[in-house]
Design a protein around this ligand. Structure first.
Ligand SMILES: Cc1cc2nc3c(=O)[nH]c(=O)nc-3n(C[C@H](O)[C@H](O)[C@H](O)COP(=O)(O)OP(=O)(O)OC[C@H]3O[C@@H](n4cnc5c(N)ncnc54)[C@H](O)[C@@H]3O)c2cc1C
Length: 428
């Protein structure tokens, strides 16, 4: 049987962009439902908010020192970039909002550190230094500007993290780093990032881990561990490790599932629920109905049933190529698959779709749903677009993916709320 639901706003996508837009709208009084095929990139990405890591343009990746200044410059230089549409002030507001959401979220004491005036330079799993503006507090002591002697700790049973490789590359970057491994007997289910994070949530296990760790870190003043320091109370785990070891401790992001990304998802999910918003996961949009220039409703297929969701406004935050919301088909035609909207930033028919040079900007990199200056989709007046669905950016090259998702989700909510105005809450 086909069911139907009505809300003021349907947000398509449960990544950072969609959840941010949904929370802001629910807190403004709208009845909001997030409809998503699955979780977004939070569980894959490191959980940092990379606002702008590298100077746009040019082959070489030159790290940005001050994202605040560089975003303002980018917005002035590239009028089609998402940051130009959103505006530098909204980027700053959105970053401040996320910091507040984390500090008052479900994980006691857990905060985001960093500021827009200076990127932190944090080790990745392979020991490269990566610029990030806003990071979980559990990452902050890894900032290269503060690092002294570092001991990178691996866990022998954990196959996704290689401390020797990480330490060797940190040494190549001029950091005094060495590696050590802990031999732990782990159940097969615990020998993963997520499994270990669950173990760290257990105070007794933590104490015995510290007893094994302490003799390994004697010469170091900083200790780097794979990002597994607990899911439910990472602040307590970090504090306890630093107290027991007498050293600064930091997490190093590694392969998915991303534990810090899962914490970020949980912060946003619980905030949305507290504001009265709802989430339907496992619901893939398969068709939609139009009334002239407006989308009236979307149909979502879930296991065994179909639901029609109608609303006055829609936020399209379904991601881009990486989430399957935009695809290049076997006839070399690129399409937006969720609402069939026109795209922007496509190479001409005669131009190549791919270039071979490693690291070069790909011709399809800037493709996204065509929008006006207020993020409204071309040809669908009540659809506002956010996140990786937007055209004009090369997030992988710029180090801007989560920053764009956060700021454009925040801006999309402002646009929709202004449009709904007195109508907010009408469907509740
Ligand atoms: C492995 C990985 C590592 C990354 N590392 C970084 C990093 O270090 N720094 C950084 O800044 N960024 C990073 N990113 C990029 C960043 O995570 C994304 O740019 C950002 O999360 C995009 O967020 P979003 O909300 O726009 O989309 P997403 O998080 O991709 O969410 C898209 C949502 O839309 C839903 N959806 C798609 N199609 C449909 C449909 N038909 N029906 C219903 N729902 C649908 C999906 O299920 C999902 O919920 C990384 C991404 C990945 C995948």
């Amino acid at each position: 049987m086909k069911r139907s639901q009505r809300d003021d706003v349907i947000v398509i996508g449960a990544g950072t962009a969609g959840l941010t837009a949904a929370i802001r709208l629910a807190e403004a009084g709208a009845s909001v439902r997030v409809v998503a095929r699955g979780i977004g990139s939070t569980h894959l990405a490191p959980g940092t908010i990379d606002v702008l890591g590298y100077a746009p343009g040019g082959e070489a990746r030159v790290p940005v020192r001050s994202p605040a200044a560089a975003v303002a410059q980018l917005a002035a230089d590239r009028p089609d970039h998402p940051y130009a549409l959103v505006g530098a002030e909204v980027v700053a507001e959105a970053v401040a909002w996320l910091r507040e959401a984390a500090a008052n979220g479900p994980l006691p004491g857990y905060r985001y550190a960093g500021e827009l005036e200076r990127n932190l330079m944090l080790p990745t799993a392979v020991g490269a230094l990566k610029p990030s503006a806003l990071v979980p507090e559990t990452f902050a002591a890894g900032d290269a500007a503060e690092l002294g002697r570092v001991c990178v700790i691996g866990i022998a049973a954990l196959r996704d993290f290689y401390p020797q490789l990480c330490a060797a590359n940190l040494r190549a970057a001029g950091i005094d780093a060495h590696a050590a491994s802990i031999e732990l007997v782990l159940e097969r289910a615990d020998a993963s990032m997520l499994g270990l994070a669950r173990r760290f949530d257990d105070a007794t296990w933590r104490a015995s881990f510290c007893a094994l760790l302490a003799p390994l870190v004697r010469a170091a003043d900083h200790v780097g561990l794979p990002a597994t320091l607990g899911l439910s109370d990472p602040h307590a785990v970090l504090s306890e490790l630093e107290r027991r070891l007498g050293r600064r401790v930091f997490e190093i992001p590694s392969l998915p599932p991303s534990v810090p990304g899962m914490r970020l998802y949980e912060i946003l999910r619980q905030r949305l629920r507290a504001a009265g918003g709802r989430i339907a996961l496992g619901a893939s949009i398969v068709s939609h109905q139009r009334q002239g220039e407006r989308i009236a409703s979307v149909d979502a297929a879930t296991a065994g049933s179909e639901t029609t969701y109608s609303a006055d406004a829609f936020v399209l935050a379904s991601g881009g190529f990486h989430s399957g919301a935009i695809a290049l088909d076997s006839h070399w035609v690129t399409r937006e698959l969720v609402l069939g909207l026109p795209l922007q930033g496509l190479p001409a028919a005669s131009e190549p779709r791919f270039v071979a040079a490693y690291g070069a900007e790909q011709p399809l990199a800037r493709v996204g749903v065509a929008v006006d200056r207020e993020l409204r989709a071309t040809g669908a007046a009540n659809v506002v677009v956010a996140g990786a669905s937007l055209p004009g950016a090369v997030p992988w090259h710029e180090g801007s993916g989560e920053g764009i998702a956060l700021a454009s989700g925040y801006r999309a909510a402002q646009v929709v709320a202004a449009e709904l105005g007195a109508g907010i809450g009408a469907a509740a």
